[in-house]
Design a protein around this ligand. Structure first.
Ligand SMILES: Nc1ncnc2c1ncn2[C@@H]1O[C@H](COP(=O)(O)OP(=O)(O)OP(=O)(O)O)[C@@H](O)[C@H]1O
Ligand SMILES: [Mg+2]
Length: 234
């Protein structure tokens, strides 16, 4: 289980996250939903160690990883797909994946990694030798998730997994996320679109101004008028 306990994040004297606790089991899909600026990306950046929280703990499989640098968190099993994807534009799709396998010290399992990736995203075969710069938004997102799989994560954080995708493509990504889950990986997605999130996740957290204000199933969330009102900003 990946557990975040009582996280506090302050940046320039502003509370960005307050007493935030979330958890995800292996093979579970959890979503963090919240309006723009609620703190979803900051939560992920704190979990991977890009931001240094003022308080709280991050525990992975009973190991306290709060003090570990980012590269060791990734090597220990936390995969991260940032909101802006960060695909290297002048490397091909294959090189982007290869580099992630190399940096996470998984090059000895490169063939197995490629097999996993191409089973989940067979579409990638068509653009393996194309440079990142020339990929579409959807292709970049696919590659970003594939690249994170090359680090052989136990837990995977996908920031805006479904945002900006055409409806038919959303379905495709949802299937891929389910295939990743079936490999026993615990997945956390961050979404500002509640409906996209409720159709994908088994359990959801609602984040509002840096605080968790709701935890429950899709049905519980959709039938909670107060929380839905906050999410709509009305
Ligand atoms: N490095 C930083 N310096 C200053 N403010 C920051 C920093 N990082 C985040 N914030 C602020 O923290 C708040 C939460 O930002 P965050 O990016 O986590 O929101 P989000 O929920 O991911 O929003 P979105 O849906 O727009 O991606 C925002 O008000 C943002 O401006
Ligand atoms: Mg964000």
């Amino acid at each position: 289980m990946l557990k975040v306990e009582n996280l506090y994040l302050r940046i320039s004297n502003t509370d960005i996250l307050r007493n935030l606790s979330i958890k995800v089991e292996k093979g579970e899909i959890v979503a963090i939903v919240g309006r723009n600026g609620a703190g979803k990306s900051s939560t992920f950046k704190s979990i991977v160690g890009i931001y240094k929280p003022a308080g709280g703990k991050i525990i992975m499989d009973d190991q306290d990883i709060t003090g570990l640098p980012t590269h060791l968190r990734v090597r220990n099993g936390i995969g991260y797909v940032p909101e802006d994807m960060r695909i290297f534009p002048w490397l091909t799709a294959r090189e982007n994946i290869h580099l992630a396998a190399y940096l996470s010290r998984n090059l000895d399992r490169y063939e197995e990694i490629m097999e996993i990736i191409l089973t989940i995203f067979p579409e990638i075969k068509q653009f393996l030798d194309r440079e990142g710069f020339y990929l579409s938004g959807g292709e970049k997102k696919m590659l970003a998730i594939a690249r994170s799989l090359a680090t052989l994560p136990k837990y995977l954080l996908i920031d805006e997994a479904l945002e900006g995708l055409a409806p038919i493509v959303v379905e495709r990504f949802r299937d891929a996320i389910k295939m990743i889950k079936e490999r026993g990986i615990g997945i956390v997605i961050a979404e500002s679109n509640v409906l996209l999130a409720t159709k994908t996740a088994e359990r959801l957290y609602v984040l509002e101004r840096g605080e968790i204000i709701f935890e429950g199933s899709s049905e519980q969330l959709l039938s909670n008028p107060e929380v839905m009102k906050i999410l709509r900003g009305t």
